[in-house]
Design a binder for this molecule. Structure first.
Ligand SMILES: Cc1cc2nc3c(=O)[nH]c(=O)nc-3n(C[C@H](O)[C@H](O)[C@H](O)COP(=O)(O)OP(=O)(O)OC[C@H]3O[C@@H](n4cnc5c(N)ncnc54)[C@H](O)[C@@H]3O)c2cc1C
Length: 509
């Protein structure tokens, strides 16, 4: 019998950073094994504000390196995944006596426009809020606003598409597989993993270990690798509320709160408005994070300072919370802690190397992965050149401004598709929507109708190609159909999934 292979790299964590690292590394010729203890993107990476942004307010904390790198990534990521990433304009109303004077905002936006290699995104402009439709849903007290560019991303799908591409290039991706121990045998790691469905234990060997466990990064160091006195990240909870849409405009709002913090109000999933986020220190298991009453009140009150129609608790249709794993730089306030990432390596010279990733943003994941590869090269030697800057993610192989043309192409190939469904499929799957629909010639060919525009063909595609196993995976991460599903429909989908996937556990959900 052949001996089990020794992989070059073992990655702990299937969030954006773990999947981004796995994709980059396998594309350069390293062999990669990734284990995720729950579903892909079930940690922080599906709970973000979903912005591909430089982070205007980080300029206040002099985070110029981070802001510049993030601004430069906006157009790179948009080009490589135009189905799930697109430009968005943000309206920042200002008023005399507000938390920041107009000159400061103008200066910040000038920097924002000029330090980040902006080419295709339009520049900042000033709006007359008495005339512009952006003023309509707001209280009539705002006469001026700035309008600037950033980007929108479907965060959970960005993770899955990185994993898909990594697997297509040869990486092993195991979901619902927890790393329970990692032991150094001189220059090789022996990693013990547990399949959380079957409880089967297995060992895997690798030359280098990457700890991309996000909020669990310190936990992995202390419990899995067995280190003492671990304290690298500060956990900061952020929560969002989703309400029926407060405005029709495709632009988002950037509101400055009385306490100096900011929140966004963003058009969401056609029929909703996403409002967030909060910032508060967190202790406990990040999987148990839930919005508190205080956060709900905070978000409703802050948005109601701006909207003419107040945002009430009763308007809320969904909430979600996640925990930022911020590198602990000793900042006293949660919102001041650095959003930059830090990579720390140890080992070499006969001791199997470990590289930990602390902090980071969705926006900078690709750059974090490139920096990680530089560290890996120090230990394992250089393989292929960097490549992800101009490589489309699965389904993203069409021009950055070509979404409408892709929808037309899909409708021509599948004339029976309702225009709304065609648009949704291109938004989620891009050019791969054709593979999802296969030989279908009528809506009946898509199989069981689960409601909310979700058909069996899509469910099967997600199971076969995107590691989906539970209703949660499908309704809240691969799609947001959960916003349109009731309990009975969810139970029917769950029963169907049990039939086609076998019994599964929805770990920690
Ligand atoms: C409220 C909020 C808003 C944000 N908004 C934005 C934004 O708009 N734009 C932006 O760019 N960034 C934003 N961010 C930041 C961004 O979401 C995070 O930096 C990023 O998602 C972190 O990804 P990660 O891969 O490091 O962690 P995670 O996504 O948490 O992934 C880590 C994974 O490791 C797994 N894991 C842990 N331990 C083990 C183990 N022992 N075995 C196997 N698997 C394990 C976990 O299950 C988890 O899935 C936001 C963050 C928050 C919280």
């Amino acid at each position: 019998m052949d001996a089990a292979p020794v992989h070059d790299i073992f990655v702990i964590g299937g969030g954006i950073n773990g999947c981004g690292i796995a994709r980059d590394a396998v594309g350069r010729g390293y062999s990669v094994f990734l284990a995720e203890m729950n579903d892909l993107a079930s940690g922080t990476s599906s709970g973000s504000t979903k912005l591909i942004h430089g982070g205007l307010r980080y300029l206040e904390f002099y985070e110029f390196r981070l802001v510049r790198e993030a601004l430069m990534e906006r157009e790179v990521l948009w080009r490589n995944a135009p189905h799930i990433i697109w430009p968005m304009r943000f309206v920042l109303p200002y008023f005399a006596g507000g938390p920041r004077p107009a000159w400061m905002l103008r200066l910040g936006l000038f920097l924002y426009d000029h330090i980040g290699g902006r080419k295709a995104l339009p520049a900042t402009r000033t709006l007359d809020m008495k005339r512009d439709v952006a003023g309509k849903p707001l209280k009539p007290i705002f006469s001026k606003a700035f309008e600037y560019s950033d980007g929108w991303v479907n965060d959970a799908r960005l993770v899955v598409l990185n994993a898909r591409d990594a697997a297509d290039r040869g990486a092993v991706i195991r979901t619902r597989t927890r790393v329970v121990a990692a032991r150094r045998d001189n220059d090789i790691w022996t990693i013990t993993i547990e399949d959380l469905r079957s409880r089967a234990i297995e060992t895997v060997q690798a030359r280098l270990l990457v700890n991309a466990a996000g909020p669990w990064v310190d936990h992995v160091l202390s419990e899995t690798v067995g280190k003492n006195d671990v304290h690298n990240v500060r956990l900061v909870q952020g929560s969002h509320i989703v309400v029926r849409k407060k405005f029709d405009d495709p632009r988002a709002y950037f509101f400055q709160n009385k306490d100096g913090r900011i929140i966004f109000a963003i058009p969401y999933e056609d029929e909703f408005t996403l409002i967030g986020t909060t910032d508060r220190d967190f202790t406990g298991d990040p999987h148990d994070v839930k919005i508190s009453d205080g956060e709900i009140d905070y978000l409703c009150d802050a948005a109601s300072e701006y909207f003419a129609q107040p945002v009430l608790r009763d308007d809320i249709v969904w909430t979600y919370s996640a925990v930022r794993p911020l590198y602990d730089d000793g900042a006293s306030k949660a919102q001041e802690a650095t959003r930059d990432y830090v990579l720390k390596a140890e080992g070499g010279a006969g001791l199997a190397p470990l590289v930990n990733a602390f902090g980071g943003k969705i926006t900078t994941y690709r750059r974090l992965a490139e920096s990680m590869i530089e560290k890996i090269e120090e230990f394992l030697g250089k393989r292929g050149p960097s490549w992800t800057v101009s490589a489309p993610l699965p389904g993203g192989d069409f021009p950055a401004t070509g979404y409408e043309a892709e929808v037309t192409r899909l409708k021509q190939a599948y004339a029976f598709l309702d225009p709304r469904l065609a648009r949704r499929l291109v938004r989620l799957y891009g050019t791969r929507a054709h593979a999802l629909l296969g030989p279908a010639r009528s809506i009946a060919d898509l199989g069981q109708d689960f409601g909310g525009d979700l058909y069996e063909a899509e469910v099967r595609y997600l199971v076969e190609h995107e590691w989906a196993e539970t209703a949660q995976d499908i309704l809240w991460r691969r799609t947001k159909r959960g916003l349109h599903f009731d309990r009975k429909q969810t139970a029917e989908l769950e029963a169907f999934l049990r039939r086609i996937c076998g019994p599964h556990i929805a770990a920690a959900e």
